[in-house]
Design a protein. Structure first.
Length: 183
């Protein structure tokens, strides 16, 4: 059993192996002295314990890390759902878009809610034409861009292929929304 003292923590900080606001990872068979715990608390350093499953297996992260992953996953699902709801364009009348364009936006909503598991549908051939409400349209597209940026921040910890799939989809969508013709 390893005993972690305040002196040990100070040495790790001096060597820059640990930093304020960081995370200190310990094996489950380690013990932290009360003064070391106090010092860690003062410097806002989180303590995570690794559970070693066996000699050939890699250590599993603690439940605290799992909780953080679950929170990020839930935040991501909520952000996807919020973006999908933005495609209803509540500030516009139902006849603002043609049926073909509403169907396209519905397909984009399905893509988002499936978390990118279904294929992306191409945009309609007929251009989107807006008469009036140009400022509202610009505002709605700006809000969609902001929500996309929020999702990209949440996806930064996800696998690169998931991140890239969302980037490709969002760039295609924003290109389509920016190509609107005004009457």
């Amino acid at each position: 059993m390893e005993i972690i003292t305040e002196d040990t923590i100070r040495r790790l900080l001096r060597k820059k192996e640990l930093r304020d606001g960081g995370c200190f990872v310990l094996k489950t068979k380690s013990m932290i002295t009360p003064s070391a715990q106090s010092y860690l608390r003062e410097h806002r350093i989180d303590v995570n314990y690794l559970e070693v499953k066996g000699p050939t297996q890699k250590p599993a992260p603690s439940s605290q890390a799992d909780k953080k992953q679950a929170v990020t996953s839930n935040e991501l699902k909520i952000a996807y759902r919020h973006l999908a709801n933005m495609f209803y364009f509540p500030d516009f009348a139902d006849d603002f878009l043609t049926a073909e364009w509403w169907l396209y936006l519905e397909q984009q909503q399905k893509w988002l809610l499936s978390l990118g598991e279904i294929p992306v549908q191409p945009a309609p051939k007929k251009p989107l034409i807006i008469s009036g409400n140009h400022r509202r349209w610009a505002y709605a597209v700006g809000e969609i861009e902001c929500q996309i940026d929020c999702i990209l921040m949440l996806l930064s910890d996800e696998p690169p292929q998931k991140y890239q799939r969302f980037v490709d989809w969002s760039q295609q969508l924003l290109t389509v929304l920016a190509a609107v013709k005004k009457e």
